[in-house]
Design a protein around this ligand. Structure first.
Ligand SMILES: [Zn+2]
Length: 144
């Protein structure tokens, strides 16, 4: 297992797919800022350390890297040719952890939205998702 991680590809994979402050995350934060939606980022106290938390609305948003979170049917989620058994197990473990975290969040009364890194994140898709999650904004720009 160790030498799999030692491969040269590692740093590239890790920083691009697993890293904090990735491009899709930044896109999402920028959009929320433009929309005037107050939010917290990378909230460690909640299951899964959600990328975005709207506390009053009780909504969390995740931005999932396609490979590590096993985006179904996605080209970026294809397993490497070597060590397939290892990678399959790894991704499966990640996915069951995601499921567990979602269940815990739901039990705590949170609603959960998910964005995939392969999909373009723009203002309208964020607005649609927030509306579906029941997020509302009053005339003063307060989110609830
Ligand atoms: Zn994807």
């Amino acid at each position: 297992v160790v030498d799999v991680f030692a491969k040269a590809k590692r740093s590239e994979l890790m920083s691009r797919i697993r890293g904090r402050n990735t491009r899709p995350e930044k896109a999402l934060w920028g959009i929320l800022r433009r929309l005037g939606v107050p939010h917290r980022r990378h909230v460690v106290g909640l299951p899964g350390t959600p990328e975005v938390v709207l506390s009053k609305a009780k909504v969390v948003l995740f931005v999932h890297g396609c490979f590590w979170h096993g985006h179904p049917g996605c080209r970026r989620a294809r397993l490497p040719a070597s060590n397939r058994v290892f990678w399959r197990k790894k991704v499966r473990t990640n996915r069951s952890r995601d499921d567990r975290q979602v269940r815990r969040l739901r039990r705590l009364g949170w609603r959960i939205g998910r964005f995939w890194a392969c999909r373009r994140i723009d203002g309208s898709c964020v607005a649609v998702k927030l509306r579906r999650l029941g997020v509302r904004m009053d005339a003063k720009g307060q989110v609830y």
